[in-house]
Design a protein around this ligand. Sequence first.
Ligand code: ARG
Length: 582
Amino acid sequence: MNIRKLLSAKVQAAMAAVGIPPACAAQVVPSKKPGFGDYQANGAMGAAKAMKTNPRELAQAIVGQLSQVRALEDIAEKVEIAGPGFINIHLAPAWLGQQAGQVLAAARLGIDAQQPQTVIVDYSSPNLAKEMHVGHLRSTIIGDAQARILEFLGHRVIRQNHVGDWGTQFGMLIAELEEHLGSGEAADFALQDLETFYRQAKQHFDSDPDFADRARDYVVKLQAGDTDILALWQQFREVSLHHSEAIYRRLNVTLARDHVCGESAYNADLPVLLEDLQQRGLVIEDQGAQVMFLPELADKEGNPCPVIMQKRGGGYLYATTDMAAMRHRVTTLKADRILYFIDARQSLHMQQVFAAARRAGYVGEQVSLEHHAFGTMMGEDGTPFKTRSGDTVKLAGLLAEAEQRAAALLSGKASELTPAEQAEVSRKVGIGAVKYADLSKTRTHDYIFSWDAMLSMDGNTAPYLQYAYTRVKSIFRNAGVDPASLAGDIVVSAPAETALVLKLLQFSEAVEQVAREAYPHILCTYLYEVASLYMRFYEACPILKEGVDEKTRASRLRLCDLVAQTLNTGLDLLGIETMERM
Ligand code: ARG
């Protein structure tokens, strides 16, 4: 069920019937202003321009055709022309109620499965040398929501956690680990605190020339596949991945070990890739480096943009690994779309590797390459979010604080929950608040991280939506009714009811738009509107009060059920948990 698509198809058919060329789109959109109907078709203006005729007459012809073939009979109660040729469609409440009833009975809340594609979602992808910090939050949260949404629509989603587990800093880290293990310490103990460990390694590297030599030697050995060095690297990687996985679980993020396909995975392929580029004359030696020149990204003077594939001395770069990853994703994983959730500061890098991969023919035109960039998380002072002492904020600590703050927020309320249940609710509210605060902002913008704003019980926040959900569920508890036992039509009469039902039926439009454009805030705004319209409906339309007839009560309870299911499903698609009471 997608009203917009349904109306588009009907209007498009009418346009064809009155001789409008198929290239002219029906342009059906939800109406922005009350009084202009629920949807409007704006295609008559464009068509009139193309055909050099009068738009209002064309709109008249389209509306005439719609009514002649009764295309919108039952669906719309009124179709009228406004302004220069807008066609305003007022949907019929009876039809809306009927559709809502069908959606309740359908799988996936009536959202049609899409033509399945294989979609790679590259997200989170921390560098393993460091503990996960706020800089990894946005990619992890937004990427996970996107993966869930695409999966929900029936796509084959392949999550790829392109962790930074390779490169020169690993020589240093391995040398440090060796020191610890030499003194009898266990690897997981030595690496308990990755930050301290990294700092120690760096200090050793800078102050002790022997250590530095060893570290450099280990890089070479690592790349040559030396078994002892690889074993140490493996231990480091294991402990570090473990740490990330604990964060993912806590964040309710679906990434698992199977999704890790980091930089090291492409190591063996890099010389092969370079040779291929060399043989086909796509890289040129320039000051000892192997460079690809991209005329498609030329500067103002027309000089092609250089991308280094191999440094002088033989080292490979971040870009080389990304080339290998793209080739793997297309050739082996058979991707139709590849989505990257990476900070906007890597936009130039992504542009370069995309252009290079196209040029090399590793990614054909039929495959969509998409960098979904995002802005920076700012502190309340408007500079990038840091601790008071200016350090990066570690995720483990941030999430613990979120849970504590949520517990404090909820402790003020009378609760019928056991302490264990309260702790569970605090966890869901705290984590949900952090995630939702991020997801609800336009992805490409910077945003200010504010505990007070994200934990507010009113406004576009997770706690508000989670609370709205519990309120709907409490109606069923108070009525002693199992929503699954309800049957019968949804009858729409009051304006607050009509507005709510229409919004509920637009769930597919929101979800499908996010699947296409990867802006999860669209789904957040949608859910917030559902919750707000529900509150208005609840005020205006009595459900359990005396004097409400049986049929109306059942209908309204079914509507509540649809609200609950929509909120629950929508929040789940965003990776946010709900609870029955709080
Ligand atoms: N590890 C990189 C970083 O922390 C992000 C990797 C993103 N994915 C990619 N295919 N380049 O900056």
